[in-house]
Design a protein around this ligand. Structure first.
Ligand SMILES: [Zn+2]
Ligand SMILES: [Zn+2]
Length: 374
C-alpha cells in the first residue's frame, strides 16, 4: 500500500487544512502546462492520496491499515465534497487532449451505397455495367481548398492558427487552465476570407458520374461490390470514401435460383414420357439436347451439370435441374379415346386394382431418382 502521507509530503498528524494546501501546491506543479505529460502518472498518485486523506472516514480506515481505494474495500463515495477522482483528473488533463493542434480541413469522405438490379443471366455469367452515381467530387474551381481563386486561406487571428484557445477557470484548486476549440475558426486554425463561389468553401460539389462496374459471376441479392475511393469526396476536398454497389437479382421468367443451382420445370406429353424422346431445351447457355428415356416419370429430375450459376469466389458453376412435369390430355377426340382404350385393354388396365401406394410416395420417388442417377 502506498504511503499517502509521503505522497502528499505531510506529517501523519497533518490537519485537513495542511492536506488541502499540500495537494493544491502539488496539483499546480504537476499541471500538464508545467510538467507536461510526464506529470500525469505522479498526478494520479497525488490525487488518489488526496482522495483518501481529505475524507475523514477514509483517512481513518487508511490509518488502520485498510486501503479504501482498493477494489471492494472501504466506504463508498468519491471525493469528500462530491468530486470523483475522474472529474478532477479530467479537469486537468481534458481526457488526454491537451496538446492537440488544429483540426485539418480536409477529411475523408463517407462511404456510399447504391443498389443495382441485375438479370439472372448477368449473375450467372458476370458482366460489366454502367452505373450513374450522384456523389460529392472535388470542386474544380478551388481544387478543394474552399477559397475563391486568387485568394488564400488566412491564419486565424483568435487562436494564432492553433485551432484551440486556453481559458482560465477558477476552481477550488485556484486558477486552472482549460483548453477549448477556437470558435472563430471552428478549430481549423485558418479562416476563408473569400469562400469559393461554386462550393461555398466546402471544397466539394455534388456531381453525377458514370462508372463502369465489374459484376463477377455468382453475385446474388445482397452481394456488395466495393469500388475503392469512388464514394463521397470529404469536406475540404479530403480523400474519397468507398462506394458499395449492392446487387438485387431480378426474378427470371422460367429459371429459379437456389444457391448456385438453377431449377426449371419442363412439361412433357404423357406419350413422350412413356415412349421417350429427345428435345432441345432453351437454357441460359443456349439450346441443350435433353434425352428423356422411355418411361420417364412425373417429377423426375434431369441434371445438366455445370449449367448453373458461376461460383462467386471459387470458379466453376452450379448445375441446372430440369423437373419433368408429365401432362395428361384433358380432352380426347373419339379416335384418340379409342386408341387409348385399346392400349388399356392390351395392358389389362381397363379396371385397375384400387391399390394404395405406400405413404409419402414423393420421398420414395425422389430417392429412386437419385439411385437411378436421373
Ligand atoms: Zn481560431
Ligand atoms: Zn470550390
Amino acid at each position: 500500500m502506498a504511503d499517502y502521507y509521503e505522497t502528499l509530503g505531510v506529517p501523519r498528524d497533518a490537519t485537513s487544512e495542511q492536506i488541502k494546501k499540500a495537494y493544491r501546491k502539488l496539483a499546480r506543479e504537476l499541471h500538464p502546462d508545467v510538467a507536461g505529460e510526464a506529470g500525469e502518472e505522479r498526478f494520479k498518485d497525488v490525487a488518489r492520496a488526496y482522495e483518501v486523506l481529505s475524507n475523514p472516514e477514509k483517512r481513518q480506515q487508511y490509518d488502520m491499515g485498510v486501503d479504501p481505494t482498493a477494489p471492494g474495500g472501504g466506504a463508498g463515495g468519491g471525493f469528500g465534497a462530491g468530486f470523483g477522482f475522474q472529474d478532477i483528473f479530467e479537469t486537468f488533463f481534458g481526457g488526454g487532449q491537451t496538446t492537440q493542434g488544429p483540426v485539418p480541413r480536409a477529411r475523408r469522405g463517407q462511404d456510399a451505397l447504391v443498389r443495382m438490379d441485375v438479370e439472372l443471366a448477368e449473375a450467372v455469367f458476370g458482366t460489366k455495367r454502367e452505373l450513374q452515381v450522384d456523389t460529392a467530387v472535388v470542386c474544380s474551381t478551388c481544387t478543394g481548398k474552399g477559397a475563391r481563386p486568387g485568394t488564400e486561406l488566412r491564419t486565424c487571428e483568435v487562436c494564432q492558427g492553433r485551432g484551440h484557445v486556453q481559458r482560465v477557470a477558477r476552481s477550488f484548486l485556484g486558477q486552472v487552465m482549460t483548453t477549448a476549440p477556437c470558435s472563430a475558426c471552428g478549430g481549423y486554425g485558418t479562416v476563408i476570407p473569400e469562400p469559393c463561389p461554386d462550393c461555398a468553401g466546402e471544397g466539394r460539389v455534388r456531381s453525377r458520374r458514370t462508372l463502369t462496374v465489374n459484376v463477377p459471376a455468382g453475385v446474388d441479392t445482397g452481394t456488395r461490390i466495393k469500388l475503392t475511393a469512388q464514394g463521397e469526396v470529404g469536406p475540404g476536398g479530403g480523400p474519397a470514401g468507398d462506394l458499395y454497389v449492392e446487387v438485387r437479382e431480378k426474378p427470371h421468367e422460367t429459371f429459379v435460383r437456389r444457391g448456385d443451382d438453377l431449377h426449371c420445370t419442363l412439361p412433357v406429353p404423357m406419350t413422350a414420357a412413356a415412349l421417350g424422346t429427345v428435345l432441345d431445351l432453351e437454357t441460359l447457355d443456349g439450346a441443350q439436347e435433353i434425352d428423356l428415356r422411355p418411361g420417364t416419370q412425373p417429377g423426375q429430375v434431369v441434371v445438366l451439370k455445370g449449367l448453373g450459376v458461376g461460383h462467386l469466389h471459387t470458379g466453376g458453376r452450379g448445375d441446372l435441374h430440369v423437373h419433368v412435369e408429365v401432362q395428361v390430355p384433358s380432352a380426347l377426340d373419339d379416335e384418340q379415346a379409342a386408341l387409348l382404350r385399346q392400349l388399356a385393354a392390351l395392358r389389362g388396365e381397363e379396371r385397375p386394382e384400387p391399390r394404395l401406394a405406400a405413404a409419402h410416395p414423393g420421398v420414395f420417388s425422389r430417392l429412386r431418382d437419385k439411385l437411378s442417377g436421373r
